[in-house]
Ligand binder design. Sequence first.
Ligand SMILES: Cc1cc2nc3c(=O)[nH]c(=O)nc-3n(C[C@H](O)[C@H](O)[C@H](O)COP(=O)(O)O)c2cc1C
Length: 198
Amino acid sequence: MAKKILHIVCSPRKQQSVSNQLGRAIVDQINIKYPESEIKVRDLTDDFPHYDTLATSLRYTPRHLWTPDQTKVAEFTEALIKELQEADILVIDSPMHNFGIASTLKAYFDYVVANGQTFRMTPQGDVGLLKNKVAYIAFSSGFMFSEGVYAPMDHNTTYLKDILRFIGVENVQVYRAEGMAYYGYAALERAIENIYIN
Ligand SMILES: Cc1cc2nc3c(=O)[nH]c(=O)nc-3n(C[C@H](O)[C@H](O)[C@H](O)COP(=O)(O)O)c2cc1C
């Protein structure tokens, strides 16, 4: 059965980037398993706006008082959330940047993690509203993070698992092209060989 895939791309190295090559290999494998899947790319690399004063102001201003500029940002946010809600499968490229996720990917979550749309606050506990989705993380890093001295400093995949679970995406699978500084492209090849879509 064809699926809707949302591929979130964020490395400033674009198509040459390791995370993007791994992400595209994951998308290819999904497409083999679910032929004719619809693939949408959300490119956060260069023109994606930071979560700035205007964007933040939406949360603190009643809707009927929004200015035309605020309404424009609201429409942009709605579009991001809609494509996220509609996707069956998320493929998220995630290069390690200073022990965390890329700042553009963080800005993306600042837009889409929204009360009433992707999660709901309740006194009994907050509830993730995205259901029945699988996320594949295409992680890449210079150092090793699955083991060794830097393992406790992986604030990238651990953050992604937490934030995705918070909005309801429980099934998060991580593929790692790690240790690029030591192993070069062999690390990417190994990660691609290990892709398994279940
Ligand atoms: C701004 C920046 C910060 C980085 N910080 C780290 C880091 O903290 N740890 C690490 O292992 N690699 C770090 N790297 C190296 C990248 O994670 C590594 O080159 C990775 O393969 C980049 O993925 P990409 O090709 O998808 O952009 C950093 C690279 C950049 C550009």
